[in-house]
Ligand binder design. Structure first.
Ligand code: BES
Ligand code: MN
Ligand code: ZN
Length: 511
């Protein structure tokens, strides 16, 4: 992982392989962002013009390399686009800095040390830049045997990720600055771990191996962990998880991971969908729809990462993560379309489509979480293709049983740089869940499939508990080109939103 350090040094005298500066899109062309004054001065104040000559506009995602001016210890200047120039009072927003830092870190693979001279107006900016660096420098190379000999360092296209990022404008002795860096580290490292889990192929990441990874982390961070295996699930009557996991040779698990703070007054429960592979089951997905279905445990990975990050940060709240882990496979022991499952809550569900499996495992975990009567429950799931059709591949949908809570969750997501949008639960859709033989079915009419899934889940939330559901089917896995701090593959979506929700809870501003 890239090392982060703070320094008040001036760019010219700094020994580094590259100096990163920001360039914004001004009304009349590129504008050199604050933080790069010394660099601009060394170009006799003509840096904006030089950049324009090189074709730079300051647009987001843009990257321009130029030789450092004479007298600089570093040989290279890398200018990253920050997007539209904000007015002087508001300054650059955190997400613009995070993305620019991520773009720079992605471009600096194979580089040992870079100094970032981006606009820093306080700890918030440092945190965003630090986070952007850690997330942008991420690579997943555990399965690239041909690359792994690069002296132990993980290699990307044969090159190791950026070794060290020096954040200029950060004071190494300032408590607020150090705190910002610590937060960036905890969130960045745990988020990257969630990405690793999503990217790990499903022949290696099974419900049992996922549970072992959580147990090891719990030990490391002093968290309470409890793993229900297939025997315990049978004894407890977890019909939803058992039904979905029944077709696989890799048996299901329900993992409970708890972080408690002695002074905490409020409690939150997070529930994650952890389908380690979604083949669709007997309602098998066609070719073209299953190649990326290792990502179907991204909700559980996000919940896991957020609980560990909250613990590392020592936030003053109690947080319990519930990971509903199963593999959805077709076999002689798989649940059939037409089967009726008796869920952990006691309700019966007629399974009409075995590919609508996420709601079945979540139902049991939501009911289990409800039994402890937390102040609020938030579930995270790659639940429906319909939500992806509605919101595209970068925005998560927020559904809730309470308007104010939905707004709070949606705003927390936006605040952390995770695009989100509130979605409704139209009551008339519940008609589609009516079953001839059981209390309900697991699928209804096709239109509004993401909303119907929310209505289904709502049935398994205990009375009086504020609940929100994050459908991350789109943003959990990036099938396109990398952008900003987002790599190809697992993205770690929802981790930052969940951590922010814990912070708000600790501050007494949620629920
Ligand atoms: N895991 C899928 C949803 C999904 C689709 C996630 C695309 C990520 C990308 C989920 O289990 C599923 O198969 N949902 C079905 C539900 C339908 C059968 C009611 C869907 O969306 O088609
Ligand atoms: Mn499915
Ligand atoms: Zn699924």
């Amino acid at each position: 992982m890239t090392a982060l350090t703070l320094s008040t040094a001036a760019a010219p005298g700094l020994r580094a392989d590259a100096i990163v500066i920001g360039v914004a899109k001004g009304a009349k062309g590129p504008v050199v962002a604050p933080g790069a004054e010394a660099v601009d001065k060394a170009y006799d104040g003509s840096l904006a013009g030089v950049l324009e000559t090189l074709g730079a506009s300051g647009a987001e995602g843009e990257l321009t390399k130029l030789p450092a001016p004479a007298g600089f210890k570093a040989p290279l200047v890398v200018a990253v686009g920050l997007g539209a120039e904000p007015d002087a009072e508001t300054g650059f927003d955190a997400e613009a800095l995070r993305r620019a830092a991520g773009t720079a870190a992605r471009a600096l693979t194979g580089v040992k040390k870079a100094a970032l001279a981006l606009p820093v107006d306080g700890p918030g900016a440092l945190e965003a830049i630090g986070e952007g660096v850690l997330l942008g420098a991420y690579s997943f190379d555990s399965y690239k045997e041909s690359n792994s000999k690069a002296k132990g360092a993980r290699a990307k296209n044969g090159k190791a990720p950026l070794g060290e990022a020096v954040l200029l404008g950060g004071k190494p002795r300032d408590a607020a600055h150090k705190g910002a860096l610590a937060r960036a580290l905890a969130v960045g490292e745990e988020l990257n771990r969630a990405r690793d889990l999503v990217n790990t192929p499903p022949n290696d990441l099974t419900p049992a191996s996922f549970a072992s990874i959580v147990q090891a982390a719990a030990k490391e961070h002093g968290l309470k962990v409890q793993v229900l295996d297939e025997k315990a699930l049978t004894k407890g009557g977890y019909g939803g998880i058992l039904g979905v996991g029944g077709g696989s040779a890799a048996a299901p698990r329900l993992v409970k991971l708890a972080y408690t703070h002695p002074k905490a007054e409020r409690s939150l429960a997070f529930v994650g969908k952890g389908i380690t592979y979604d083949s669709g089951g007997i309602s098998l997905k066609p070719a073209g729809h299953n190649e990326t279905m290792k990502c179907d445990m991204a909700g559980a990975a996000a919940v896991f990462a957020a609980v560990v990050a909250a613990a590392r940060l020592g936030l003053e709240a109690n947080v319990t993560g519930w990971l509903a882990l199963a593999e959805n496979m077709p076999s002689g022991s798989a649940v059939r379309p037409g089967d009726v499952l008796r869920m952990y809550s006691g309700k019966t569900v007629e399974v009409l489509n075995t590919d609508a499996e996420g709601r079945l495992v979540l139902a049991d975990a939501l009911w289990a979480a409800s039994q402890e009567e937390p102040d609020a429950i938030v579930d995270v799931a790659t639940l429906t293709g319909a939500m992806m059709v509605a919101l595209g591949s970068r925005t998560l949908g927020v559904i809730a049983n309470d308007d104010a809570f939905r707004t709070a969750v949606y705003e927390a997501a936006e605040e952390t740089g995770e695009p989100a949008w509130p979605m409704p639960m139209p009551e008339h859709l519940t008609k589609g869940l009516e079953s001839q033989v059981a209390d309900m079915t697991n699928v209804g009419e096709r239109w509004g499939g993401g909303l119907l899934a929310g209505l289904f889940l709502r049935e398994f939330v205990g009375d009086g508990i504020a609940w929100a559901h994050l459908d991350i089917a789109g943003p959990a896995f990036n099938e396109g080109a990398p952008f900003g701090y987002t790599p190809k593959g697992g993205t770690g979506t929802a981790v930052r939103t969940l951590v922010r929700l814990v912070e708000l809870t600790a501050e007494g501003e949620l629920g």
